[in-house]
Design a protein. Structure first.
Length: 223
């Protein structure tokens, strides 16, 4: 679990942006606010740069060799880091797909660096607030492809692992049925009825039917 950031330490931003002049401009501007930006023009290098060592990802969509939406999907699947999409692509479908994949904000180019700074601070404030609301001593732990509940490894199917991982990462927060299905890597075309079955099986394996609470008309929450 991430801890609330020490205000004396710099905010570390991972940027994946192939326009180096634009990246340099933003980096120089944000430096005055104690924000350190590390930019990668190559998306493959960016996603292998130790994403967990950064506080936020600033991601372009038009990149060489790998579309930014693919990068977003991979980062959301593997890491717990807030993402701001910074893109000149004006198609509304790109914006909607970004949010569907798990991006937290979308900032169309061109924009004033002042607005980017304000959004970074706002997003990190909300993100850290939500992280702080999670149970400090959680009964759940994700290690690689295994989830442990109260120290015991759970034997889960890929779909069960996928859904429970989402709930653990947002413990205490209600996730809609659509969000759980759309952000799943193994059941994107499954029905909501299939989701209900998976939730039931997870509860059974936890031995605690009240561990996952159904929020009527919305979705589910891990309590």
């Amino acid at each position: 679990m991430k801890k609330i950031k020490d205000e004396n330490k710099p905010i570390k931003i991972l940027m994946i942006e192939d326009d180096w002049e634009f990246a340099e401009l933003l980096s120089e501007y944000l430096k005055q606010f104690n924000i350190e930006v590390t930019n990668y023009e190559d998306p493959f290098l960016g996603v292998s740069a130790g994403v967990n060592n950064y506080d936020l990802l600033l991601l372009d969509l038009t990149l060489p060799g790998m579309d930014g939406l693919e990068v977003c999907e991979e980062v959301v699947r593997k890491y717990d880091i807030p993402i701001i999409i910074s893109s000149a692509r004006s198609d509304i479908s790109d914006k909607l797909e970004s949010f569907k994949l798990g991006a937290d904000d979308y900032l169309p180019k061109p924009y004033d660096p002042k607005e980017l700074h304000a959004r970074i601070i706002s997003l990190l404030r909300r993100y850290n607030k939500n992280e702080n609301k999670q149970i400090p001593e959680s009964d759940y732990e994700i290690r690689g492809d295994t989830i442990y509940y109260k120290g015991e490894a759970l034997h889960l199917t890929p779909a069960e692992f996928d859904i429970l991982s989402q709930l653990i990462k947002k413990q205490g927060i209600t996730l809609s049925r659509e969000q759980l299905i759309n952000e799943s890597t193994v059941m994107s075309d499954s029905s909501q009825k299939s989701l209900d079955v998976i939730i039931s099986k997870i509860r059974s394996k936890l031995g605690n039917p009240k561990a996952i609470q159904a929020v009527r008309g919305v979705g589910y929450k891990l309590i």
